[in-house]
Design a protein around this ligand. Structure first.
Ligand code: SF4
Ligand code: SF4
Length: 422
């Protein structure tokens, strides 16, 4: 594994171009926090891991995995590959903490148990949480503050998608197209209105839907934690379910899930059996972000003189959507399809919001600092609504806006488009 890592790292010229775009470096101004500094650390990984494993882990984890550095690297260094592989190496040396083991291997890889626990959590969450902003649907919790700090969060949906709709297998209608729909954990359990909006759009355009029962997490939380065991299990669970259905595209409303299935699964499939690798290669070609699917496959495009409404909306380019998938125009086109809205661009619309999944859990102060800049740009745009294509960014922006008491709603772009369909 170390040799493989070395092979990826030789391409780095130490030019430092990654420094200018790294949101973490912009806050800390520490060389160790930017890609070049991390690569210097990894060049001595074997030695460093023996002398200070915790230190190595801490430095590696201080990264949003946002991909801004990779998108700006003139040498095409496969930075995400390097970081994800390095986390797996360090984790296999140190082992998982009991809490991570229980969450990743005990819960996440057991979708039935995971779903049941969160469904139960949704019933009792009102006992521990207080609503703070009706427009944003955010809550906070004094009792849970030793664990979650002063976060303002979106609670679990009162009815998860899987508890309302166990599975779907409908034929292609007037579009002649059938999709496998992967709502992602946040679309299934938290932002169910996003999943409902996707299903409404599919139904409106006569798109057949395959949504099997028992879908698991896409695996990125496991891989970002360096746990190959649970990651591999999650990939296998999902592949087995997709193998049972016939569909033209695999569509998700979560840019992070889309990027994971389309880019990370193929990158990490080296040791898998031939059949699994073949299946992943086929899925890579079929997987699409829902906005790109609606615009590029279904052909939905606003007229040049489409009317503008009086609700100002601004758009945040999530890192995974822009830097990994290269999707930028399609979500904006879908927003323009709704005559109630007037799209205004915020400054630095493609700057990371600071979420970064587990980064937000371990480095909340830093995550918040980065998020503050995003929040300021949203507020300065004068928009009443901020839209994006990634539920993880929706969570982060909700937190930032809610903590300031801002009256700016957060919506997924597919919700805005679905709303225009009546
Ligand atoms: S931009 Fe690329 S080549 Fe330059 S230091 Fe960063 S990772 Fe290395
Ligand atoms: S992935 Fe993002 S946070 Fe991590 S080093 Fe690259 S630019 Fe910085």
């Amino acid at each position: 594994m170390l040799q493989e890592l070395d092979d990826h790292m030789v391409a780095c010229m130490k030019c430092g171009m990654c420094q200018a775009v790294c949101p973490v470096f912009a806050e800390t101004m520490k060389e160790a926090d930017v890609t070049r500094g991390k690569i210097a650390l990894l060049e001595n990984l074997a030695k460093e891991m023996v002398s200070d494993p915790e230190g190595v882990q801490e430095k590696l984890n201080k990264c949003l995995l946002c991909g801004s550095c990779g998108a700006n690297c003139p040498s095409g260094v496969k930075i995400m590959d390097i970081f994800l592989r390095a986390r797996c190496i360090v984790n296999s040396y140190m082992g998982l903490s009991p809490v991570k083991k229980a969450i990743l291997r005990g819960m996440l890889t057991n979708p039935k148990l995971f779903n049941a626990l969160l469904d139960m959590g949704s019933v009792f969450q009102g006992l521990f949480t207080t609503k703070v902003n009706d427009l944003l649907g955010s809550s906070c919790s004094k009792i849970l503050s030793p664990i979650i700090g002063d976060r303002h969060f979106v609670g679990l949906a009162s009815k998860s998608l899987h508890s309302r709709i166990k599975s779907l297998d409908t034929p292609a209608g007037k579009s002649g197209v059938k999709v496998a729909f992967f709502p992602g954990c946040l679309g299934d359990k938290m932002f169910t209105s996003v999943a409902d909006a996707c299903l409404k759009v599919f139904s409106h355009h006569g798109v057949g839907v395959y949504m099997p029962e028992g879908m698991a997490c896409c695996g990125i939380p496991s891989l970002a934690s360096g746990d190959r065991v649970s990651y591999d299990k999650l990939v296998k669970l999902n592949l087995d379910l997709f193998a049972k259905g016939k569909f033209d595209y695999l569509v998700t409303p979560c840019a992070t899930c889309t990027a994971t299935i389309k880019e990370i699964w193929p990158k990490m499939m080296g040791d898998y059996p031939f059949e699994m690798r073949k299946q992943i290669e086929e899925l890579e070609k079929k997987t699409m972000d829902v906005n790109a699917f609606v615009v590029d496959v279904l052909g939905v495009t606003p007229a040049a003189d489409a009317p503008k409404g009086n609700v100002k909306v601004t758009f945040h380019d999530s890192c995974h959507m822009k830097k990994s998938l290269g999707v930028t125009a399609q979500p904006r086109n879908l927003i323009r399809m709704n005559p109630k809205y007037d799209l205004v661009e915020m400054a630095e619309c493609d700057r990371c919001c600071g979420s970064g999944g587990s980064f937000n859990l371990y480095h909340y102060d830093l995550s918040k600092q980065i998020g503050e800049r995003k929040r300021q740009n949203i507020v300065d745009s004068g928009a009443q609504v901020v839209s994006t294509g990634c539920p993880a960014c929706m969570l982060q922006m909700t937190d930032m806006l809610s903590q300031h008491g801002d009256r700016v709603a957060v919506k997924h772009c597919i919700e805005i488009y679905a709303d225009s369909l009546g």
